[in-house]
Design a protein around this ligand. Structure first.
Ligand code: GLN
Length: 190
């Protein structure tokens, strides 16, 4: 059975995710940088990195890549969004009209901890891991509403910073910017 990991490579820190997936022992030739609908047809799971959600959302919609991702996810493809990626997976974004994939039944608040200079690192508990994980928060979003289908995996200062709904995972922070590959392993096994 093929297990091609796609990393959305329109903009943002996608190289870091590729490095983490390789560090998990996944063969480099089974990782695909995804831009087009055709790329989506070749993958078995997808990671959406950090970046600028407004720009990337617009391009996903314009090139039809969004439709392809939505189609594959509805037939069970696992997908993980970090930071911008979680925003793009959300059903809605607080106080804004912007394109999202609408695959996770959550509402997010963008830049919930302030501007770029308010970026920080903090240890956060993660219910699927035995030990806490170092969360790197860069203009990070938080989840402000979620349906009963959604499992909360992590909270920081009482704010929801990681969720899962079926095989769809969203984290406010960036595990790809640390050397800790436990979350990548978790995702690869979903
Ligand atoms: N604040 C960015 C956005 O709203 C996300 C930042 C990130 O991915 N590091 O798109």
């Amino acid at each position: 059975m093929s297990n091609v990991v796609g990393v959305l490579a329109i903009q943002g820190d996608f190289h870091k995710h590729t490095e983490s997936v390789i560090a998990c022992g996944h063969p480099a030739e089974d990782i695909l940088e995804v831009k087009t609908p055709e790329d989506v047809s070749k993958i078995d799971r997808l990671i959406i990195p950090g970046g600028e959600s407004t720009t990337v959302g617009l391009l996903l919609e314009r090139f039809g890549t969004a439709k392809a991702i939505q189609g594959k996810t509805s037939s069970g493809m696992p997908i993980w969004g970090t930071c911008m990626g979680m925003i793009l997976l959300a059903k809605s974004v607080e106080d804004r009209k912007q394109f999202t994939l609408s695959l996770l039944d959550i509402t997010v608040r963008r830049n919930a901890f302030g501007a770029q200079i308010h970026s920080f690192e903090a240890e956060v508990p993660f219910s699927k891991l035995d030990e806490p994980i170092l969360g790197v928060f860069i203009r990070a979003p938080v989840v402000t509403e979620f349906s009963s289908e959604v499992e909360v995996l992590s909270k920081y200062q009482d704010q929801v910073v990681a969720v899962q709904q079926g095989k769809i995972l969203g984290t406010s922070f960036h595990p790809e910017l640390t050397h800790d590959i436990r979350l990548h392993k978790y995702f690869l096994n979903l």
